[in-house]
Structures are given as structure tokens and as C-alpha cells.
Design a binder for this molecule. Structure first.
Ligand SMILES: *Cc1c(COP(=O)(O)O)cnc(C)c1O
Length: 360
């Protein structure tokens, strides 16, 4: 029998979240971001769940090739653009749109001999200081791109460093507007946080990612209060139960010690499955549909839970690590990270199941 752990991906929840992004930015082109293997949900599953998106955006060229092989005919946007000249060839062949954030990438386009009409998203550095051109270089790159036979439509884009904070995109917007002044082109600026709370940034095309997977882009609150549905349920089972006497400890390092007699459940899930090793005792988890907490240090293949609130539980009982009962945002916050990292970290050895409804 396989180990009882699994991740279940809900296509109806993905469709619901995509519809919500559209509702927030009516009439805009929606790029559903599917990088990092669809934020850990599986690239093919993400392409199915977001089949109603206007385009799919990612950073991996082998992923883009996979999308084409599997029949996605719509636009595909490469968010980091080309990494080498051969990527521009692939873009021309497979009709991929390219972010251009660096001079070298313009050179590769210039070197493509045949006309190709590659759609370009010219990236402005609005203050993140990671990728993109500053004011003068941005305007110069725009002019140069317009003269290239390999280049089709050019859209102006930026990526906000602080769209999740109150007023966090104001300065970035001022810089972007100044750099874009007078340039005839569409605009794409908004990630999930900006899609949800900064309508002034919606421009022509939004690029929501994490919200589509039912996690919050914000530091507080959870996705449900934003109207989003969780798209991934990480589940396993208890494989053992221990009765602890007062003073006895559980797990590596004996970091948790019972103060009273306690029933402890051992869950077949550990950091090698993608569960965060830094999750402290007290991280929320559910057993047989009842919320309880983890105790002790997360190990490679196992973690432990307090069965106090679930006296009927025993070996074989169902455990939800995150999903409907336990928001991924809550596990992330308890572990000092964000939902993004948890979903991306679900590992190869966890089988992924897909849930669909009749309409799928
Ligand atoms: C990942 C990414 C997004 C999506 O960000 P979320 O915070 O997940 O919505 C949007 N734009 C770019 C350029 C990205 O790399």
C-alpha cells in the first residue's frame, strides 16, 4: 500500500478564483501565472483549471513547451524572458511572448534574422531593483524594439515590490507613469495583491498568481475572507498513537514535553513531503475533521499532533495538513513563511490527485 499522504488539487476552486480575479479587473486581459509547476499544483492541472484565462505566464521554457505539447494554443508569457539566444528561437517557433528586462535580451531579438512578430513585455524597474530598465534605458529600449523585425506588439510592464502594503505601489506608479509617458503601448502591472486592492494599477492586463491558488498575497488575514477558495488539500493519516506521561517528550530534540497525560498522534508527513520543518509546536492541523495542533519537531517523514480534542482518533485517522479546515495561510504564518512557499514546496514523492466537477 502506498504511503497515505496525498495532495488533492481542486479544478472547480481554481475556476472560481480565476473568475474572482476577472470580477476585480473587469475587461482586462488575465494572465494566469503558472510558474513553479503551477505553484506546486502541477502545470497540466493549472492549465486545466485556468483554461478560461486569456493567457498563461511562467518562467520555465520547458514548461512552455509542455503547455504547447499538451494543447494550450493561447498566449504564453515568459516572465523572466530569454536566458539565451536559443530561447528566442523557441519563442518564435512556439509563439511565446517574452519579457525583456535586460539589454542582452534585446540583442538576441535583434540577431533573429527572420521577421517573427514576437510579442514583447518591456519591463520597467519601478523600485524592486531586481529586473527591468530604469527611466532612460527603458525609453531607449522601447525605441529599439520598435525597429526590430523580430518584434511584434510591445506592452509596458512592471512588477511591484510592495503592492501588498497600504500605498506601497504609489511611488512605483509615479515612476512608471513618468517613464511610460507618451509611449503608445498597453500596460501590465498588477500581481495578485494589486489585482485585489489597487484598481488603479489594472492597466490592460493583470498577472494574478497566488490568489488563483487560494492563498492570500497579504501579510494578514486569509484567502477565504477575500472570497477565494483553497485549491490544494494536503492530507495524510495517523500511523501510530503514543500515550505520554507528564514530563515525557516527543520527537527529535525533545522540544515538546507533556505537562499532563497526553495522547499523541503520529502523522505520515514530514519535511521531505514539503511540510515546513520550521513549523513550531502549536501549528494548526486537523484530525478526523477536528482542528488541533502539532507538537514537537517536524521530522523527514513524520510529525506529531495533540489528540486531546479528538479522543476517538487512532491509527488510520484522516489528517488534513492544509486545505478546507486548515488554511494554508495559517500554517504558513505559524511557520514564519508564506502560502506561496508551502504550495511550491510540496515534493515529488507526494501523489497529486485532481478533483473536478461534471462541468469540467
Ligand atoms: C510571480 C509573478 C506574478 C504573480 O505574483 P503573485 O504575487 O503570485 O500574484 C506576477 N508577475 C510577475 C512578473 C511574476 O513573476
Amino acid at each position: 500500500m502506498p504511503r497515505p499522504i496525498s495532495a488533492t488539487v481542486s479544478l472547480p476552486a481554481m475556476r472560481h478564483n480565476l473568475a474572482l480575479a476577472r470580477e476585480r479587473a473587469p475587461g482586462r486581459f488575465v494572465w494566469a501565472v503558472v510558474k513553479a509547476n503551477g505553484y506546486g499544483h502541477g502545470l497540466s492541472n493549472a492549465a486545466r483549471g485556468f483554461a478560461a484565462a486569456d493567457g498563461l505566464a511562467l518562467v520555465e521554457f520547458d514548461g512552455a513547451a509542455q503547455l504547447r505539447r499538451e494543447g494550450w494554443r493561447g498566449p504564453v508569457l515568459m516572465l523572466e524572458g530569454a536566458f539565451e539566444a536559443a530561447d528566442v528561437e523557441q519563442a518564435a517557433r512556439e509563439r511565446l511572448s517574452l519579457v525583456v528586462h535586460e539589454e542582452r535580451q534585446v540583442d538576441w531579438l535583434a540577431a533573429l534574422e527572420r521577421p517573427a512578430s514576437i510579442e514583447v513585455f518591456l519591463k520597467f524597474n519601478s523600485g524592486m531593483n531586481r529586473l527591468g530598465f530604469r527611466h532612460d534605458a527603458f525609453r531607449a529600449a522601447f525605441a529599439r524594439l520598435a525597429s526590430l523585425a523580430a518584434v511584434g506588439r510591445v506592452t509596458l510592464m512592471t512588477h511591484f515590490a510592495n503592492a501588498d502594503l497600504e500605498g506601497g505601489a504609489d511611488e512605483a506608479m509615479r515612476r512608471f507613469e513618468a517613464a511610460a509617458a507618451g509611449l503608445e503601448a498597453g500596460r501590465s502591472l498588477a500581481n495578485s495583491a494589486a489585482t485585489l486592492q489597487l484598481p488603479g494599477t489594472h492597466g490592460d492586463a493583470i498577472r494574478p498568481g497566488v490568489m488563483l491558488y487560494g492563498a492570500t498575497p497579504f501579510g494578514e488575514g486569509d484567502a477565504r475572507s477575500l472570497g477565494l477558495r483553497p485549491t490544494m488539500r494536503l492530507e495524510s493519516r495517523l500511523i501510530a498513537v503514543q500515550q505520554l506521561e507528564p514530563g515525557e517528550a516527543v520527537g527529535y530534540g525533545s522540544t515538546f514535553r507533556a505537562e499532563r497525560p497526553m495522547r499523541i498522534g503520529v502523522v505520515a508527513c514530514g519535511y521531505a513531503d514539503g511540510y515546513p520543518r520550521h513549523a513550531p509546536s502549536g501549528t494548526p492541523i486537523a484530525v478526523d475533521g477536528v482542528r488541533t495542533v502539532t507538537v514537537g519537531r517536524v521530522a523527514m517523514d513524520m510529525l506529531m499532533v495533540d489528540l486531546g480534542p479528538v479522543p476517538g482518533a487512532g491509527p488510520g485517522s484522516a489528517v488534513e495538513l492544509w486545505g478546507e479546515l486548515v488554511p494554508i495561510d495559517a500554517v504558513a504564518r505559524s511557520s514564519g513563511t508564506i502560502g506561496y512557499e508551502l504550495m511550491c514546496a510540496v515534493s515529488q514523492r507526494v501523489p497529486v490527485r485532481v478533483e473536478d466537477d461534471a462541468a469540467g
